[in-house]
Design a protein. Structure first.
Length: 142
């Protein structure tokens, strides 16, 4: 497994992007609407550290966005995403290991529009929210 990105949640994708760019980040993707997850995401790169950030906001008009609870607590730093390697096993294998360690699956595997592959979210006993994404196919940009 390797770190893929750090997630930042807010209400307005444009406003978040402007703030990140003002602080030196560069835009990697345009905003990507994900109707399955009811969110809009955009990726930016922090050039000094090479860190990939995912900005996440509710999809306009999605009154049932999974972000509403997080936004009610102010938004901000939300999750760390780990990209699986083939040697890690399947997403289901890794989820079973997380559950065996006391983690709770808060988002079952679902196709993510931004990646074109499945993701899942696990809430660890330590209080950390972890996103897991299937291995990247050869040539895939994200």
């Amino acid at each position: 497994m390797k770190r893929h990105h750090v997630g930042w949640v807010g209400r307005d994708i444009e406003r978040m992007r402007r703030s990140f760019v003002k602080e030196g980040a560069t835009v990697v993707t345009e905003p990507i609407a994900d109707p399955l997850q009811r969110v809009v995401v955009q990726f930016l790169l922090e050039p000094a550290a090479g860190e990939l950030w995912e900005l996440v906001a509710p999809l306009p008009g999605a009154d049932d966005s999974p972000l509403l609870a997080r936004l009610s607590r102010g938004g901000g730093l939300d999750h760390v995403c780990w990209e699986l390697d083939v040697a890690d096993g399947t997403l289901d294998d890794v989820l079973a290991t997380e559950v065996a360690r006391g983690g709770r699956i808060v988002c079952e595997p679902v196709m993510a529009t931004a990646f074109g592959r499945q993701i899942a979210f696990v809430y660890r006993r330590s209080g950390r929210l972890i996103e897991l994404v299937e291995p990247r196919p050869p040539g895939a940009p994200l």
